[in-house]
Design a protein around this ligand. Structure first.
Ligand SMILES: NC(=O)c1ccc[n+]([C@@H]2O[C@H](COP(=O)([O-])OP(=O)(O)OC[C@H]3O[C@@H](n4cnc5c(N)ncnc54)[C@H](O)[C@@H]3O)[C@@H](O)[C@H]2O)c1
Length: 286
């Protein structure tokens, strides 16, 4: 297949990641079709995007007219058929293989034969997701980081059967969205999570082994290793439930003991100490 010129982008699922990706897309000048399961969820995502763009207006990084024009490029839909003219569709729905398979199989019957299908999955195999379609060469991973509008990296993931054209088109799109893309192959955790998840779990184990406080651990890693943010602050920000889930998913695939979540954070997750979002994790938040 040869990749189409990307003019119109579809984003399926406008939750935490999808709304951010849709924002990047409209800010970069692409006509964007956002698909959610209900009108209310779509409107909620648009409100969030509008709010972030307003902050740019307030900081004089965008004019009110520009904000209006940017928001005009986002069309909200609940019907998947509305994605038929998209040159590239980015899937950002729930992290569930069956749900993604059902979506990709349906999408294949709707979009043009040369349209690219990208998944933002963090922990599933892009190759396995692509097995739902009869043209897996058009499927790639585009793994953005949370919050997508602010985090510069996007991992462009080549699955077993991805075509060079699809990978190149996703890479170029990553650049046009203002990101720093890197290419990688479809392996568990891709690059950043493969490294960061075991590292954060080692950090948490060191809390108990070295009998230090979260504050001391954060000081150790910021002042001694040059991290921009300490590991306890980072895990609280990501969400302890999200981190435990990601650790379990990666451990299931690689079976390396360092990747398994330490019992301490599993207990915190089970007790509802989820970090910033619940008001209490390693630290307390008002
Ligand atoms: N949250 C993160 O830090 C993060 C980072 C990188 C990648 N990811 C990946 O991005 C994807 C989305 O994660 P999220 O955190 O945004 O989840 P989320 O729960 O915030 O959003 C998912 C959204 O998808 C919608 N949805 C579900 N099925 C749908 C369908 N068939 N069509 C349209 N919309 C549908 C839901 O209504 C929900 O709004 C997952 O695959 C996740 O692994 C998440």
């Amino acid at each position: 297949m040869s990749a189409p010129e990307i003019r119109t982008i579809g984003v399926v699922g406008l939750g935490a990641m999808g709304a951010g990706i849709a924002q990047l897309s409209i800010e970069a000048g692409y006509e964007t079709v956002g698909r959610e399961v209900t009108d209310e969820l779509g409107e909620k995502a648009r409100d969030r995007i509008a709010h972030f763009l307003q902050r740019k207006v307030d900081k004089e990084r965008m004019t009110a007219d520009e904000r209006f024009a940017v928001l005009e490029r986002l069309a909200l839909q609940t019907e998947l058929a509305a994605l038929s003219d998209c040159d590239l569709v980015i899937e950002a729905i729930v992290e569930d293989l069956e749900a993604k398979h059902a979506l990709f199989a349906e999408l294949e019957g709707i979009v043009r034969p040369d349209a690219i299908l990208a998944t933002n999955t963090s922990a599933l195999s892009v190759t396995e997701i692509a097995s739902a379609v009869s043209t897996p060469e058009r499927v790639v991973g585009m793994h953005f980081f949370n919050p997508a509008p602010l985090m510069p990296l996007v991992e462009i993931v080549r699955a077993e059967l991805s075509s060079d054209d699809a990978v190149d088109a996703a890479y170029t799109l990553g650049e046009r969205l203002g990101k720093k893309p890197i290419r990688c192959h479809d392996t568990p955790g891709f690059v950043v999570n493969r490294i960061l998840i075991p590292l954060l779990n080692d950090c948490i184990r060191a809390l108990d082994e070295a009998r230090i406080s979260p504050e001391e651990l954060d000081t150790a890693m910021t002042a001694g290793a040059g991290w921009p943010m300490g590991p306890c602050t980072l895990v609280d920000l990501v969400g302890i439930d999200v981190h435990v889930h990601a650790s379990e998913a990666l451990y299931e695939k690689l079976r390396e003991p360092r990747i398994a979540p330490p019992p301490r954070i599993v207990a915190m997750r089970n007790a509802g100490l989820l970090g910033r979002k619940s008001g209490r994790g390693f630290y307390s938040y008002d």
